[in-house]
Design a protein around this ligand. Structure first.
Ligand code: ZN
Length: 200
């Protein structure tokens, strides 16, 4: 059975001198024979510390999956120069592209196209003992201290200042809420899907 662990919780906040600090959430999916790193992020120290905490060496990672092409989600791929990089339905091996379809090959991890934040954005649906978890990248994300994920309205109304297509983003958010619980956002804390909670 697949197992999902949040290795690094993503953050996003204003930094000194008009800068902005951001690194994505990094998740680890362990299947029967693979260790998959999703969005390795941009903070090398936090990523290495997250792996070390689980006693996993970087060379034990089998492949890397990227939700979309924003550097705060992928700069750390330089720690894994020999690994295949997957995004959407393409696998990159050095300068070669290979196409695949709806699952990460050799696994039952489903790739869900979720455009809106960027047009190429995708999320992963992972079946685990606890149910289907969505690693949703920036379909959902918040600056530090801004997270509001208690109701469906909260989740749909949050405005993503970087969204390239707001309509598509809303559809993607709905789709993720339809399909999974819990949900791992691109920056912020893993949250329960409020549409699955019993209203009492
Ligand atoms: Zn991001």
């Amino acid at each position: 059975m697949n197992k999902v662990t949040v290795l690094v919780e993503g953050y996003a906040r204003p930094g000194p001198n008009d800068s902005f600090l951001a690194s994505s959430t990094t998740s680890l999916i362990e299947t029967s024979d693979k260790k998959i790193l999703v969005d390795p992020g941009a903070n090398k120290e936090l990523l290495l510390a997250g792996l070390a905490k689980l006693n996993i060496k970087p060379e034990e990672i089998s492949l890397i999956y990227i939700s979309h092409y924003h550097p705060d989600h992928f700069l750390n791929i330089n720690l894994f120069p020999n690994l295949d990089i997957y995004e959407g339905t393409i696998k990159w091996r050095k300068d070669k592209e290979y196409f695949h379809s709806d699952f990460i090959p050799g696994t039952d991890i489903a790739i869900l196209p979720t455009p809106g934040h960027t047009s190429d954005h995708s999320s992963l649906l992972v079946s685990t003992k606890e149910g289907v978890i969505c690693i949703a990248g920036d379909v959902f994300w918040w600056e530090d201290g801004q997270q509001k994920s208690e109701t469906k309205e909260d989740l749909l109304s949050f405005k993503d200042p970087y969204a390239t297509d707001e309509k598509a983003l809303m559809k993607s958010r709905d789709l993720v809420l339809e399909k999974a619980d819990p949900i791992i956002p691109g920056h912020g804390k893993i949250f329960k899907n409020p549409t699955r909670l019993n209203s009492t």
